[in-house]
Design a protein around this ligand. Sequence first.
Ligand code: COS
Length: 379
Amino acid sequence: MIEFSLTDEQKQLQQLARDFARREIIPIASEYDQKEELPWQVVEKAHEVGLLNLSVPEHAGGLGLGMLDECLIGEELAYGCMGIYTVLMASELGITPILVGGSEEQQKRFLAPLVEKPALAAFALSEPNNGSDAAAMHTTAVLDGDEWVLNGTKMWISNGGKADITVVFATTDRNGGHRATVALVVEGMPEGMSANKIHHKMGQRASHTAELVFENVRVPRANQLGGLGDGFKIAMKTLDKTRIPVAAGSVGIARRALDESVKYAREREAFGKPITSFQAIQFKLAEMLMGIETGRLMSWKAAWLVDQGLPHATESSIAKAYCSEMAFDAANEAIQVHGGYGYVGEYPVEKLLRDVKLNQIYEGTNEIQRVVISRNLLK
Ligand code: COS
């Protein structure tokens, strides 16, 4: 059976997120992009209306929403602003390893506080000198009695330093490869942990990105997710899931690019007619819609597989790579439709292009998605 219709609850969630984007995100998106500042009031409002930390399970007091639900919401948030989307959805990225590798006790302990108040989670895997080769991490974890002692630097961490919990991946033996990795939940900013904000990003500037430095940071052993040596696999299983909302967010950006293009093209005249009457413009709009519909289907399929408990790594990577490239093209063409006006901040389309570039890089570059897809194809 194939079923494309949404349940009433899903339609309500979608509408809630759409209204939220229109009321709370779109009016401030440009200002916070320019200020390079995380709009904390949006986090508070998202918490208030139930759009924050969606994947916290019911046994930890959350809504326990599924991946398709997350995609519906993610598309709407990204339509408003991809940077603000990243603030909210990077929290889901921080929660997911706890769902993947944490015990029920750990899920309750770490996740229940994330629904009680406006609070964020973060995921710290990449380092200054390794991103794609995630197993080659240099951050060390050394056991001292009942505590792990963390040393090292994590890089490009969304919500880094702002999050109430940060899942940090570290090695217990630099020569041990992925089998010597652990996943540790760091609560707040313990002694020895510091965050340095990364400035002058090309886009997604309302999202707070930081370098995290750990100097002899002590983490209780009870905060270790899974077993010794499970860290890398927990990270991989997490990304297999969280790349799907990135795809959905990309669809949201592409939809915004199309809507802005249609609006402008209807108003703008050339050669005595609105530019919508020219095929050069019509075909660009048609291409955008073709990409949006195709990309949404792929992200929904990947999300459906997750919700069914079926293997989803290949589909997740296809959706992430396809949708981020499709959305990049849509944003680029939206600028072309706007001509010179598209190149300046007066219209929202130049921001779409700056923002969407990151979708081709974070949660695994699109080259890494092709590694995943081809390895799964050939194995
Ligand atoms: N789920 C579960 N297990 C996985 C897995 C997955 N998706 N991918 C790999 N593994 C397991 C393998 O089965 C293997 O286990 P065994 O040694 O027990 O057989 C182990 O992990 C190592 O796998 P592999 O040899 O394939 O790992 P590589 O070092 O070659 O790395 C890639 C694989 C490149 C796919 C991985 O490093 C990656 O995804 N990199 C990108 C990281 C990323 O997305 N960073 C973004 C940070 S968040 S913004």
